[in-house]
Design a protein around this ligand. Structure first.
Ligand code: SAM
Length: 277
C-alpha cells in the first residue's frame, strides 16, 4: 500500500507526494507539527498540514532569505530572525563572519525541539554560541525592542494566519523599522505571486510607505505554492544601492550567488504591473 501526502494550495490545486513514513507528530497550543519521510524530497516539516520545508529544497529559501539582505548591508553584525524555529535561516546567517549575534524569536518551542531532534541539517546553528533563542511572539518582542538594536531583521514566518497574521501588519513593519539601525534592512517571506498577488501588493504598499526603499525579490522553491516564492525587502537607507552586493565567494551555498542575487530583483511583467497599478 502506498501513502500520499497532499497539500491543497487552493480548493482546486495542490501538491502531492508519496510518503515512506511519519517520523514525528506533535501538538502545541499554536499548531500541529508533523515530520514525514518522503521518497522525492527527504524529510518534510509540516505545520497544521502545510509544507514549511523539505530537506531537498529548503536551501533555496533559507539562502535567499538570509544572503540577499546580509550581502546588501554594508556590515551586518546584529541579526534578528522572527519565526524560523527549524533553524534553516539561522544556519545561513551564521555563515557570515561579520555576524556577531543572531537572535531567534520563535513563538513555539515545539518547532525548535522537533527540528533539533529530527532535522539536524537545519538546526545545527541553533546551538552556535552566537545564537540566542527567545520563545516569544515576534510582534511583542519587536514592539519592545530598543531603537536601532539590529542591522538586519528577517521574518521567516508561517503564512499570514493565526499568530503570524500580525507579522504582516503596518504596526509590526513600523516597529521593525524602529528596531533597525540607520542602514538597517528588513526582509520578510511574502508568499507567492501566483496565488497571493493582491496580498503582496497590499503588503508592498505598507512597506513602501515606511522604508525609503522597498523591493520584492523572487526565488524558485518547488514545494511552495506555485514554486515561485517572494521576499519583501525594506531598506532604511534611501541611498543604499540594491544593485550591488558584497562578494562572498567563500560563502558555502547551493543556490545563492552574486548573479542570482542581482537577478532575483528582476520581476515578471504581471507583478510589476500589479505593483504600479
Ligand atoms: N519557511 C517557512 C515558510 O516560509 O512557510 C516558515 C518556517 S518556520 C517553521 C515558521 C515559524 O514561524 C513557525 O515555527 C511558527 O511557530 C513561527 N511563528 C508564527 N507566528 C509567529 C510569531 N508571531 N512570532 C514568532 N514566531 C512565529
Amino acid at each position: 500500500m502506498s501513502i500520499w501526502y497532499t497539500e491543497k494550495h487552493t480548493p482546486h490545486a495542490g501538491i502531492t507526494m508519496e510518503v515512506r513514513k511519519s517520523i514525528y507528530h506533535g501538538e502545541s497550543k499554536f499548531q500541529t507539527l508533523d515530520i514525514l519521510d518522503t521518497f522525492e524530497f527527504g524529510r518534510m516539516l509540516l505545520l497544521d498540514g502545510v509544507v514549511m520545508l523539505t530537506e531537498r529544497d529548503e536551501f533555496v529559501y533559507h539562502e535567499m532569505l538570509a544572503h540577499v539582505p546580509l550581502n546588501t548591508h554594508p556590515s551586518p553584525a546584529k541579526v534578528l530572525v522572527i519565526g524560523g524555529g527549524d533553524g534553516g535561516t539561522v544556519r545561513e546567517v551564521l555563515k557570515h563572519p561579520e555576524v556577531a549575534e543572531v537572535t531567534l524569536v520563535e513563538i513555539d518551542p515545539m518547532v525548535v525541539e522537533a527540528s533539533m531532534e529530527h532535522l539536524p541539517g537545519l538546526s545545527e546553528g541553533l546551538k552556535d554560541p552566537r545564537t540566542r533563542i527567545v520563545y516569544d511572539d515576534g510582534v511583542r518582542f519587536v514592539s519592545e525592542a530598543q531603537p536601532g538594536s539590529y542591522d538586519v531583521i528577517l521574518v521567516d514566518s508561517t503564512d499570514p494566519v493565526g499568530p503570524a497574521e500580525a507579522l504582516f501588519a503596518e504596526d509590526f513593519f513600523r516597529n521593525c523599522s524602529k528596531a533597525l539601525g540607520p542602514d538597517g534592512i528588513f526582509v520578510s517571506q511574502s508568499e507567492s505571486p501566483f496565488f497571493h498577488l493582491p496580498f503582496m501588493v497590499e503588503t508592498y504598499k505598507l512597506v513602501e510607505g515606511i522604508y525609503p526603499q522597498a523591493a520584492f525579490y523572487l526565488a524558485s522553491v518547488p514545494t511552495y505554492p506555485s514554486g515561485t516564492w517572494s521576499f519583501l525587502m525594506g531598506v532604511r537607507d534611501g541611498s543604499l544601492p540594491l544593485t550591488r552586493c558584497r562578494d562572498h565567494e567563500k560563502l558555502a551555498t547551493k543556490y545563492y550567488n552574486r548573479q542570482v542575487h542581482l537577478a532575483s530583483f528582476q520581476l515578471p511583467r504581471f507583478l510589476k504591473e500589479a505593483l504600479s497599478g
